[in-house]
Ligand binder design. Structure first.
Ligand code: SF4
Length: 409
């Protein structure tokens, strides 16, 4: 099939399934129809899933349109977001991921380390500005006091008892286990008992050890990532799930990762959402050393979000756009290609900015609301685990059908 030009691709939100279905190759159409009928990505074989990941031309348009249809059936017309603040307590890190432009050596002039009081103060400010969540992650410095992560939680909870703490990547958890010598489940339970609400499923990148070795030879392995996530879920700590795309990986890696996440979700039900993270290449060694392409193309951004909606249908029904890594228009297009969540307002976002992302540090709730209304969807503020959702728009602005869909979404 001929590859689409960017303007042909960008026009896909105007298409409806009956317009595009007759133009698809028969096998791809039948795969998409199976998922549309069952609302379950499990209906597809591995080969069918790989074929979707390779879709091009009209087939790609079909994938995007089917994903949007599934989104409306599984997640309604709401676009949710959480009001939160990112707190990156230090940029000092020994891990040396080649895709990371955030980390610093301890003696670099712009290395920093926040005190517990500073972290707590940031949480207090965030609460006063209406945040319901703080997302706390940092670099991994050598010689961290063994119970450092627990003590951050205590500092924040003492200052703002009702703040939801979404904190510590699986890499930080592995480091905490190493520092304390505690068994993983005991360590996670201790963090939970000291105020950890949920865990970001970051540090996943691509869950394939060959790719991981290129990205970061010192990072935790696929098996370790899976073990931390499964154990967290078993300890009652829900997590997000992520995937970084647009560097050295192939579409087959996307499929395998989504199927792995689906398998974990079937066992534990612990994932709240899936967050595709586009690789921001500009200031990274990975790109400068010629080891990676220059980030995802428009087709890849759209395809990854749509593929996630289709393959994860019936298991992870919240697909998030990471707006800091995309621009305004692209994030809206991804929300038309299967995504239903805008992520966090992020009063501070250091990591993507250091790598060269330009989407800015903060999108106010009012900005989110107007971006969402512009798309004809309904803005809604949510809590971290999607159990509390407040519509942010007078329902009279929508037709009865749209409003009803929103209410039961
Ligand atoms: S991604 Fe995280 S672990 Fe890797 S170098 Fe950057 S701060 Fe360190």
């Amino acid at each position: 099939m001929p590859t689409l030009t960017p303007s042909e691709l960008e026009a896909f939100p105007a298409l409806e399934w009956p317009d595009v279905a007759p133009r698809l190759s028969p096998t791809l159409r039948s795969s998409l129809e199976k998922v549309l009928d069952t609302q379950n990505g499990d209906a597809l074989s591995l080969e069918e899933s790989f074929a979707l990941a390779d879709a091009d031309g009209d087939d790609l348009l079909g994938l995007l349109v089917a994903a949007d249809l599934l989104r409306s059936e599984l997640a309604g017309n709401l676009v949710t977001y959480v009001v939160n603040r990112n707190i990156n307590f230090t940029n000092v890190c020994f891990v040396g991921c080649k895709f990371c432009a955030f980390s610093r050596g301890p003696r670099e002039s712009d290395a920093y380390f926040l005190t517990f009081d500073q972290v707590a103060q940031k949480a207090v400010e965030a609460w006063q500005l209406g945040a319901t969540e703080v997302c706390i992650q940092g670099g991994l410095p050598h010689g961290l006091p063994p119970f450092y992560y627990r003590d951050i939680l205590r500092a924040v909870k003492n200052a703002v008892p009702r703040m939801h703490i979404h904190a510590f990547s699986p890499m930080e958890i592995v480091y905490g286990v190493e520092l304390t010598g505690m068994p993983l489940a005991d360590y996670l339970s201790m963090l939970r008992d000291n105020g950890l609400g949920t865990l970001p499923g970051t540090a996943a990148e691509i869950l394939d050890d060959e790719v991981r070795h290129i990205l970061s030879a010192n990072k935790l392995s696929t098996a370790q990532w899976v073990e931390v996530i499964r154990t967290a879920h078993r300890c009652g700590i829900r997590t997000t799930s992520t995937m970084m795309y647009g560097h050295t990986e192939t579409p087959a890696h996307w499929v395998r990762q989504m199927l792995l996440l689906r398998e974990i979700q079937r066992e534990t039900g612990g994932f709240t959402e899936f967050v595709p993270l586009g690789f921001v290449h500009q200031n990274t060694l990975l790109f400068q050393q010629g080891l990676a392409r220059s980030g995802p193309t428009l087709a890849e951004h759209l395809k990854v979000h749509a593929l996630a909606r289709v393959l994860l249908a019936g298991s992870i029904n919240n697909i998030q756009v990471s707006w800091v890594k995309l621009n305004r228009k692209l994030s809206q297009l991804c929300l038309h290609a299967g995504a239903n969540d805008y992520g966090g307002t992020l009063m501070e976002e250091n990591i993507s900015r250091e790598a060269g992302a330009t989407a800015g540090q903060y999108t106010s709730p009012a900005d989110f609301q107007s971006l969402i209304l512009e798309m004809g969807r309904i803005p809604a503020e949510r809590n971290t685990i999607y159990t509390r959702i407040n519509l942010k728009s007078p329902l009279e602005a929508f037709t009865a059908e749209e409003a009803l869909r929103a209410e039961f979404a």
